[in-house]
Structures are given as C-alpha cells and as structure tokens.
Design a protein around this ligand. Structure first.
Ligand code: FAD
Ligand code: ZN
Length: 481
C-alpha cells in the first residue's frame, strides 16, 4: 500500500493537472502514451521519453496560466515546437514527471509591417509559412533549413538555428528584433518591439534566444524581413578538395559583391546516399568526383540582373586555376530544385541508411580544411571501416561531421564506439578554436560534452542565470546544463 504522503502528493498532482486542463479547454490537451508518442519521441529515434500530459495552449495567456500552475506545484515543463531537435532538446526525460507544452496551436501572424521590414508571429508558426507570408508581401524571411516544413519559429529561436543562408543573413538570433516570453513563474515579459535601435539597458531577448527552453517559453517574436530576391543563380561544382572549396568561397564573395547566399559542401558519399534513398533525384554532373559545392548567388536589385554572367565568370577563372573541376549551372528553377534535393535530403538519407553519429561542429572558415583532414585521421585510427559523411555549411565554418556505420552492418558495434568518436572529433574542434555545437544546440545529447569542454567561468555564469530566472528548475530540466 502507498504511504499516505505519497497518496496525498498524487492527489495534489492530479488536481494540478485538472486545473491545467481547465485553463486550455478540451481541445488543448492530449493524454495516454500512444496519443502522446509523436511528442515524447525525437526525430532521430534516439530518445523515447514519458510525459504526464501534452498541453497545447492557444494563447499567451493560456501559456501563462499553465506555467503558473506548474510553478506552484513544481511540475517540470518541456517546451516543444516541431519536435525536430537533433539533440533530444524537445523530448521529456523517462521519469514521466513532466508535461510537454506544445506551441503548435499558436500560429497566428499578428502583424506584417512592410515599411518597417518586420513580421510579428506566434511561436507555433511553421518556418515555411513565415517565409511564404513574407513573400506574399514582397518581402523575404531568409532563415532556411531542411526541416522548414515542420519546425516552428519558437523552436528555431530557442535553438538559434542556422541553416543554409547564415553566410549572408546571420543565425536566427540575428533575425530577431523583439520577443514575448512567458517566464518560469508564469509572468509575461512583453519585449515585442520592432526597433533596430534600442539601447535601454540589457538586451533581455538575448537570454532566451538559443536557451533551448530552459529560461522561458517564447510565445511570439518580431522578425526582420529583407528585400525579396529578384534573381538567384545556382551552380553545382566539383572541387578537388576542401581547401579549394574555401578558396573558391573567398573569391566568389569578393568577385560577386558579396552576393553569395549559399555555400554548401557535400562529399560524393552524400550524393550517393541521397540518390540511393530518394528515387526522384539526379546527379547534376555525369562524371563522378570526390566532393562538391552548391554555390548560390542572389540579387535583390530591381534593375537588369547580371548575376548569370557573374557566376559564369567566377567559375571560369576558378576552373582555370584548378579550384573547380567541373560544374553544372542551373538553367531553370526546376533544375535548381534538383541541386537542392541533394543537399536537403542529406540528413534524411543518412537516417534511412542506418546508424550514424552526428557532430555538428564549427571552426574558423580558414581552418576547415585542416580540421577535416586532422579529424579524419583520428576517426580512422578508432575504426577504419566507418564512413565519413561530412557535409554542410562550409561558408559558416560549420560542418556536419557525421559518421555512418559501415555498409550492411547492424550498427551495434559502431554505436558502441560513440564516445570514442565524440572525443577525437571534439578534441580536434577545440584544439582549433572551434565549437562542439555550431547550430543544433546542446539538449540532452551534448550535455556532458558541454560540461567537459566549456570553461568553468562560462559554466558558472550560465548556472547563475538559470538559478536567477528559474530558481525552481522547472523549465526543460536536464537539458543544456
Ligand atoms: P523543437 O525540436 O520542438 O525544440 C527545440 C528546442 O527548443 C527544445 O529544447 C525545446 O524545448 C525548445 N523550444 C521549442 N519551442 C520553444 C518555445 N516556443 N519556447 C522555448 N523553448 C522552445 N538546425 C539548424 O540549425 N540548421 C539546419 O540546417 C538544420 N537542419 C535540420 C534538418 C533536419 C532534417 C532536421 C530534422 C533538423 C534540422 N535542424 C537544423 C535541427 C532543428 O530543425 C532545428 O533546431 C529547429 O530550429 C528546431 O525547431 P523545432 O520547432 O522543431 O523545435
Ligand atoms: Zn545544418
């Protein structure tokens, strides 16, 4: 028989959950392990957590009401957007004490101000919808990543997402002017201002950007918009090595008047995996090469565009100097999309191929070739049957330095070496002044790695901030710190 104290505690908890259900109404909650599964398991299938309840508030006031009850009763909250986190950030722990607070029902565009070049959206807006709403108003929201059809703005801002346009427009953090946040005690902080200049003390919104839901729940944001591109030209280029790719990037930036929007690196293996798992994809260049770059120039000028000529001249001189071995230039939007399918399906293709270990790392752009080679040597010393699938945003110094299990293996022996692979790759990153998480965040996956590599003063400051804002530790416990 349960002890009287435990019975009383369970009754209080059930009463708290009933109050939460009342706040959000009958459409605002989901119960039962099967119904909650899309929310309790992560995209990669690495984490299978448990939750008391999935709560789906429809307004900021409802979010505040739910959080206030959780604060009163010490109920942990896992904020969730599209649940596309690649590091277990949006999945609850296995102890089943937390509720998941999904922002999916908060998807209103509250305001679009073309003259101010801003859009004010709720946290549950899907990224692709924000891009489309901006485009309808002849404006451009540049944040772009392969998960854009399901990830949500609140999740993008909470992970300070990167993606394929960082080179020109910056990370998610740089695209935000204002935020509305529900604090761990249920108070609403209204920082929803569309100002490009505001020096009235601490920039509080920065606390919540990239905080992975550990300091507050983002409910809305004012985002920066840009002039809509009038011309985009893409080239799929074969390059002799990573060093040549970096040289090509530097030249393309200078020669195009800094019009490079995208510079994505892909080894042959990525192209092969995408061609294998996605039937509707094509090899842009008939000859096989060891590595490629997807280079894209963009113009926003309304006059006559000379972008095509610029791209051709950049590639011609690069070809003469041996920086490019071969290239296909897109002749239509359909062909451009064909290039993109190879890049955008890279993560999914890796997943379909079987077990993999991901390293989302960055080093200064100037050291990326050195890093690529040094880490490969160490990885091969651990296990030379592993397949290196290192692709990504070379223009930002960011590689997805992923390792794929040997072909045909069940992945068990490979995954057993997870920590050894992590150690050699992350040691190399840190030796070169890099970061062990460039854009995906820390979540649960890299919590121990963060503690291992981050200096004591930084960790101390982070813990101080967490304790000051969330003293009861109810927001996304067990993540980041
Ligand atoms: P979730 O996964 O739901 O949550 C992510 C984190 O934010 C969690 O810690 C969660 O608790 C917190 N959170 C979510 N919403 C809120 C909120 N409203 N308030 C407070 N905290 C919140 N990432 C990149 O940066 N660049 C890429 O190129 C990229 N490519 C990807 C490709 C694929 C195929 C996939 C599956 C993922 C990719 N990601 C990439 C990772 C992921 O999509 C991004 O991190 C995305 O920004 C997460 O958004 P989400 O809405 O799915 O957030
Ligand atoms: Zn990426």
């Amino acid at each position: 028989m349960a002890a009287p104290a435990a019975v009383a505690e369970a009754r209080t908890r059930d009463a708290a959950l009933d109050r939460i259900k009342t706040v959000v109404g009958p459409k605002g909650w989901i119960e039962g392990a099967d119904a909650m599964r899309p929310y309790t398991e992560d995209w990669r299938g690495l984490y299978k957590g448990k939750a008391r309840l999935v709560v789906k508030p429809a307004t900021t006031e409802e979010v505040a009401g739910v959080v206030a009850i959780c604060h009163e009763f010490g109920i942990p909250i896992v904020p969730q957007g599209g649940n596309t986190s690649l590091c277990g950030g949006s999945t609850p722990e296995d102890d089943g004490t937390a509720i998941i607070l999904s922002l999916g029902r908060m998807h209103r565009v509250r305001n679009l101000d073309p003259a101010n070049y801003t859009i004010t959206v709720e946290a549950g807006c899907v990224l692709a919808d924000v891009q489309n709403r901006a485009a309808d108003a002849d404006r451009y929201f540049p944040l772009s990543l392969a998960a854009e059809g399901s990830c949500m703005i609140g999740g993008n801002l909470s992970t300070n997402a990167g993606g394929t346009n960082v080179l020109k427009y910056g990370n998610a953090r740089e695209l935000v002017l204002g935020l509305e946040v529900v604090l761990p005690d249920g108070r609403i902080w209204n920082g929803l201002r569309g100002l490009r200049k505001d020096n009235t003390g601490y920039d509080l919104k920065q606390l919540f950007l990239g905080a992975e839901g550990t300091l507050g729940i983002i409910t809305a944001a004012v985002l920066k918009l840009f002039p809509k591109p009038t011309d985009v030209r893409s080239a799929f280029c074969a390059v002799p090595d990573v060093a040549s790719a970096v040289t090509l990037l530097g030249r393309a930036r200078a020669e195009s008047g800094d019009a490079v929007e995208t510079f994505e690196f892909m080894p042959r293996l990525v192209v092969d995996l995408v061609l294998k798992h996605f039937p509707d994809t094509h090899d842009p260049i008939q000859t096989r090469y060891d590595q490629y770059v997807l280079l894209e120039l963009v113009s926003t000028s309304s006059g006559e565009s000379d972008l095509a000529a610029k791209l051709e001249s950049i590639l011609e001189s690069a070809f003469e100097d041996g920086l490019v071995l071969d290239a296909a230039i897109s002749q239509s939007e359909a062909q451009r999309q064909d290039f993109w399918k190879l890049r955008e399906n890279a993560s999914e293709a890796q997943k379909l191929e079987g077990a993999s270990i991901k390293h989302d790392v960055s080093v200064p752009v100037s050291r990326i070739a050195e890093f690529y080679a040094a880490a490969l040597k160490k990885v091969m010393a651990v296990d030379k049957t592993v397949r290196l699938v290192a692709f990504g945003h070379v223009g930002d110094g960011n590689l997805h330095y992923n390792l794929q299990a040997p072909e045909g293996s069940d992945g068990k022996a490979f995954l057993a070496q997870w920590e050894r692979f992590n150690r050699v790759v992350h040691d190399t990153v840190v030796e070169m002044g890099g970061s062990i998480s460039a854009e995906h965040g820390i979540g649960r996956l890299k919590r121990e790695e963060l503690a291992h590599y981050k200096d004591g003063v930084s960790l101390d400051l982070m813990r101080t901030v967490k304790a000051a804002i969330d003293p009861k530790g109810i927001l996304n416990p067990g993540k980041v710190l």
